[in-house]
Design a protein around this ligand. Structure first.
Ligand code: MN
Length: 710
């Protein structure tokens, strides 16, 4: 027996039959012959690679077919051996496994961003037919990562990125914890050798420094377990792997010590009952953090993972994270989905967890069969594999990765902040869609932008990415500043007009003296504060004039409507219309300062006006500018005799009068009589009157009136 095969054969003989071993040896011989003469970059014969990958699986006690496929995994790709030959000698299953792994190998992911839909589909399909394909592929990748040092640096980088972005997350999702951790740390080391070194040294130092504290915690936990006389319990310290420390430091901009300010322990017990008793014991030793307890034993994760998770207040307030599970659960936690194929004679039979893992895979297979289109299917598999992300395409076919729940507005800001700021609409898969709809995997997103358009404050209610949020806030703040300056200037001008003066007539020195008095750097700062309602225009006007004439002018606090400020509709965010009375052009109106927000406009007869009408500092007389343009919201109540289709007839009458319906409510309905409330937009009172006249011509209409104020 050849040297390269002997170690593998020894390991396999522990749990496989003579007959199985013989077949595996045949596979080895085929692979060896096929690869003969080929060398790895390290200088070793190529066959050492499939053998080493097989050893990884043999240590896990994977089944014979997986081992054969692993030995043969590169022959289709790199040698003259055909799939038919494999099928004839080793059976269809092994041939399919090898074929599946070869197809996976052909997919070169430059990065997660290039895991284009089609490639991803191929990979998932291969996995779904037999999930051992991905297990073999992961073993292959693991060995390649362990021996990555021999590769030229550019290739090393590519493989490392692919490992971190594609294969490690898959291992994680399949619950293969050990492989996941090793793949990530090897990828991290290859991609960022200096950072890897720095963090690993820091971790060593830290554990050196904390030795005593860790021992103290261990001792007290041990004591607790002994006091409760729970037999066969193992307490293990858990360490974060290096790449997870690095990711946390990056994503949360946390310092090393902040990230490491947690201790992790795993407690492995004999049975489920003991798990809950251990939980009780540790909760008595250290107080648990509220809302951090999770029972994955009662409700296992989709891939079969089971465990109790709790976090305790340790000594000096340091949190201690504890996982409690049985030996069987621990094996599933480490091997994940692979646990299903681990050879039964190993004595391992985590029946329930296994059947869950099986159910998960079976669910995927059924989904594949039932899904009307493959996108639907891929969508759900992707949620399983990459639950945090969504991948969409630009019209040019570039793939964009966003947080799950991201909307077209998030997408627009991801492309560029200018695109976000000027976006007015979106086409998703060539169809118009709302800007607030969460994007789904595989969609093509086309942003429609208009020069001069600007972000809507309402976007803040649905965007999920930090980039979109901060850009919108920044823009609005800028905009608000500009608008409040312009509005404040107008307010002051109008207050001066009322006192028979004007801004132009105020000498520069007088203005300067006032700015100094009030502590403003310049006139814009003063205008801005007036625009926001922090400073009363009339008071400022009085002070300016008193400077001029050297004596105080006392005015009656009631302002004359004759000099009311004209609303132009271009004031932007500084003015907003009250929901209680919905003023429209033509209505008599008054303004109300709402601190820090600007001015709210009410209909003069709105009962809410009574509360501030005589408060000099809060109430501003207003009128409408004669050139005002725009759409204004108004509510109209229509009482009707119930007739079939009456709602439709009324709606079309409103539309034909060029008003837009925003919303319809049925306020009362007793069968014969219905009270409808239409929320619509009109240009002004004249327009509203025309709409109401048109509605009255309908014989079903009993009464029609504008909503009275509540
Ligand atoms: Mn390989």
């Amino acid at each position: 027996m050849n040297d390269y095969f002997s170690e593998l054969s020894q390991k396999l003989s522990v749990y496989l039959s003579e007959q199985q071993l013989e077949l595996i040896h045949q596979a080895y011989l085929v692979a060896e012959a096929a690869h003969s003469g080929q060398m790895r970059r390290s200088g070793e014969p190529y066959i050492t690679h499939p053998v080493a990958a097989s050893l990884i699986l043999a240590d896990m006690r994977m089944d014979a077919q997986s081992i054969m496929a692993t030995l043969l995994h590169d022959v289709l790709e790199d040698t003259d051996v055909s799939k038919e030959e494999l099928s004839a000698q080793f059976g269809q299953v092994v041939a399919d496994l090898v074929d599946g792994v070869s197809k996976l190998t052909q997919i070169k992911f430059e990065s997660k961003a290039e895991a284009q839909a089609e490639n991803f589909r191929k990979m998932v399909m291969a996995m779904i037919r037999d999930i051992r394909v991905i297990i073999v592929k992961l073993a292959d990748r693991l060995h390649n990562m362990r021996t990555l040092g021999a590769m030229p640096s550019k290739k090393r980088r590519r493989i490392a990125i692919e490992t971190l972005e594609i294969y490690a997350p898959i291992a994680n999702r399949l619950g293969m914890r050990d492989w996941y951790v090793e793949l990530e740390d090897l990828g991290f080391k290859a991609l960022y050798p200096m950072r890897y070194k720095a963090i690993s040294e820091a971790v060593l130092r830290l554990y050196g420094n904390r030795k005593e504290l860790i021992q103290k915690i261990e001792t007290s936990l041990h004591e607790a377990l002994e006091n409760f006389t729970i037999p066969n319990v193992t307490l293990l310290g858990r360490r974060k792997h290096l790449y997870s420390i690095y990711k946390k430091m990056r994503s949360k901009s946390a310092s090393f010590s902040e990230v490491m300010d947690v201790f992790g322990f795993r407690i492995v017990t004999a049975d489920v009952d003991a798990c809950y008793r251990v939980l009780g014991a540790v909760h008595r030793t250290y107080k648990p953090l509220p809302a951090r307890f999770k029972d994955y034993i009662a409700i296992p994760k989709a891939n079969g993972y089971q465990s109790l998770h709790t976090t305790l207040f340790g000594p000096f307030g340091i949190p201690i994270e504890i996982q409690i599970r049985t030996k069987e659960m621990d094996k599933v936690a480490v091997n994940g989905v692979a646990a299903h194929w681990i050879y039964k004679s190993s004595g391992f039979e985590a029946a329930e967890a296994q059947s869950r893992a099986k159910a998960w895979i079976k669910g995927l297979v059924e989904l594949q069969q039932n899904a009307g289109n493959s996108l639907e299917f891929i969508e759900s598999v992707k949620i399983d594999l990459f639950p945090e992300e969504v991948y969409v395409f630009t019209p040019r076919g570039d793939i964009i990765e966003l947080q799950r729940g991201a909307t077209p507005v998030d997408f627009a800001y991801r492309i560029h902040s200018d695109v976000g700021n000027s976006c007015v609409g979106v086409k998703i898969d060539r169809r118009l869609a709302p800007l607030s709809v969460p994007l789904l995997n595989g969609q093509t997103v086309e942003i429609m932008a208009a020069p001069g358009a600007r972000p809507n404050p309402a976007w803040l209610n649905f965007v999920v990415t930090g980039k979109a949020r901060s850009n919108i806030r920044h823009f609005l703040k800028d905009q608000q500043e500009k608008e409040s300056v312009a509005f404040g200037k107008r307010l002051l001008g109008s207050a001066l007009t009322e006192l028979s003066s004007s801004l132009e007539k105020i000498p520069a020195d007088t203005m300067k003296a006032l700015l100094q008095d009030l502590g403003y750097k310049n006139t814009n700062a003063l205008y801005e504060n007036i625009g926001f309602g922090h400073q009363i225009a009339e008071v400022v006007a009085q002070r300016l004039l008193s400077h001029v004439s050297h004596f105080d002018i006392h005015l009656p606090s009631l302002k004359t409507p004759a000099t009311a400020l004209a609303i132009k509709g271009t004031e932007g965010m500084m003015i907003f219309y009250a929901d209680c009375c919905h003023p429209i052009p033509g209505d008599a109106i008054v303004g109300h300062w709402v601190s820090g927000k600007g001015m709210q406009i009410h209909v003069d007869s709105c009962p809410k006006v009574d509360a501030f009408r005589y408060k000099f500092h809060e109430c501003v007389p207003l009128c409408w500018d004669e050139h005002i343009q725009g759409d204004f919201v108004v509510e109209v109540i229509i009482e009707v005799n119930n007739q079939r289709g009456v709602l439709g007839v009324l709606a079309s009458a409103i539309a034909s009068a060029e008003a837009n319906i925003d919303d319809v409510h049925v306020d009362e309905d007793d069968g014969a009589y219905t009270k409808l409330r239409f929320v619509m937009t009109v240009r002004d009172r004249v327009h509203l009157a025309r709409v109401m006249r048109r509605l009255k011509t309908n014989t079903a209409v009993l009464r029609i009136y504008r909503k009275k104020y509540e």
